[in-house]
Design a protein around this ligand. Sequence first.
Ligand SMILES: Nc1ncnc2c1ncn2[C@@H]1O[C@H](COP(=O)(O)OP(=O)(O)OP(=O)(O)O)[C@@H](O)[C@H]1O
Ligand SMILES: [Mg+2]
Length: 238
Amino acid sequence: MDLKNPAIMKRLEGIERIIAVISGKGGVGKTLIASAMALTIAKIGFPSGLLDMDFTNSSCHLVLGVDVSKEKPIEDIGILPVKVHGVEFMSVAFYSRGEALPLRGVEIDNIFRELLIITRWSKLKALILDTPSGFGDVILNITTYLPRAEFIAVTTPDTLSLETLKRLAGTYMSGKISGVIVNMSYKSIRSSIEKMGFKVLAEIPRYNDLEGCIGNVDRFMKTGFAEKIEETVQKVLD
Ligand SMILES: Nc1ncnc2c1ncn2[C@@H]1O[C@H](COP(=O)(O)OP(=O)(O)OP(=O)(O)O)[C@@H](O)[C@H]1O
Ligand SMILES: [Mg+2]
């Protein structure tokens, strides 16, 4: 028997929803969306958490403007996540100090379980998981160790991105996808996605002012992008 599974369950028992933001293709906006979702849930008055599961390329701390060389989670019968703008935030970047972290599959597996076992979350309305692109170790671990996790898939309207979503439609993962966010949208692909059997949660355009807001949460939360995420979060939490 793997004793780590009950330990993981115990750590997460106070969390109402676990929502993983996923995509087949990279660079479609998962990190920005996951960070904005966690910030928005806190902003509208619910306790929220954000766990960066893109271990080899953690970047949520950059969106949140957390200096991982200065801040560190406190140890207290486990590890307490760092509180950022009301969000309980945890990332391996606190330990890698933001440096590159090349990892093989087995190491990803170990970090995945270790992080879940040591982190002491409060009672949360939702824990948002940022994930690496593709359907590799982290996603498979989520389905194994966090069977109640829901998935929000992100795609752009581009053919190659959309094709990766279509592939998912035929797999066991499809039933776990509560909705799709079309990001950096320049044409409506709502009907194509609905034909795949998925619900469209939002179509978010490209915003040219976003780049200047990375690391500045106050500015980031005033953008049109954050407004779209707030509408999406309302739908997800309803
Ligand atoms: N709606 C948008 N408008 C403008 N820029 C955006 C938008 N969404 C994301 N971006 C930008 O696109 C880039 C990729 O976003 P992000 O890092 O969130 O994608 P990702 O899916 O997490 O990538 P990866 O697969 O590498 O983890 C970032 O520079 C981000 O600021
Ligand atoms: Mg990312």
